[in-house]
Design a protein around this ligand. Sequence first.
Ligand code: AKG
Length: 306
Amino acid sequence: MADSLGGHVRELAYLARGLRAFGRRRTLDSRKRVAWLLRMGQWQRYATRRELVARLPRNPAVQIPEDAGFAKLDALDRGAVGEAVAAANAHWSRFDLAGALAERGERPFVVHGLGPVLAPGDPVLRLALHPDVLAAVAHYIGMVPVIENAMIWYSPNDRRLDNSSQYFHLDGQDVRTVQMFVFLERVTGENGPLAVMRADASEALARRVGYRKTAATKRLEDDTVLAAGDVVHLTGEPGDVYIVDTDRCFHLGSREGRAPRRVLVIQYYSPFAFVLPRRWDVALPFAHLVKRPGFDEIQRLVLGAR
Ligand SMILES: O=C(O)CCC(=O)C(=O)O
């Protein structure tokens, strides 16, 4: 009784911090209802972003399947991917990995956020704004998304940490979060690859266990997930690309292995995501590029225009 009262008081405290903080901690279907309220709170911006999806013709070979929630994008423009890989490697060569590792403390991996680094014509940004990618993400999310970030992840894979992303979880940032992984190096089972369960099986499991993104409940035991469906390890060669909805698909990564993993990650969600402020245009890492010439209306919205 005292526990459940304490729980209600804690949830009310989150509600006092705002609908976004509250919604993030709800169960799957309740989060969808809060997400709808957040969209209605800025319905004109929501409607504009929805209507513009029709202007993005889909490439049938570059899509995110609704039931699986993830795919390997072998048909994505090889030239654009190759240039993005080369540019990401050049950015990485200027990054102080030793300094980042020294500062990392207990965190299992290093994130090199490219927001301050990418100029408007950078090949990484061109890939992030590629018409086939934007069409796939926008049709899947149901509106023109924003880029949450473009990053290079480096996972040393040298240890296991309790309650980390090395255990199965959903990201819970929005109702759909799309991460595009571009391999900068070969990824095998020894490089702590991302392990993903299909969205339909993941959602069934999330409903069954009443999954919530709270400190005590956000990680699931391997056995619980493996009993609910198959898990696919995302391995491949440099230049391979995967796209994954990490809000709908249970996943883990950077498990201890024999070698590190380095991968370019471009992440998209709606501007109404639980983890964004109402003024996303001042928070997003590429929003400062919105007024630069050379971007069309949809690309400006993706960079963070309001
Ligand atoms: O290291 C990985 O591949 C997993 C990262 C992850 O699960 C996350 O960022 O939520």
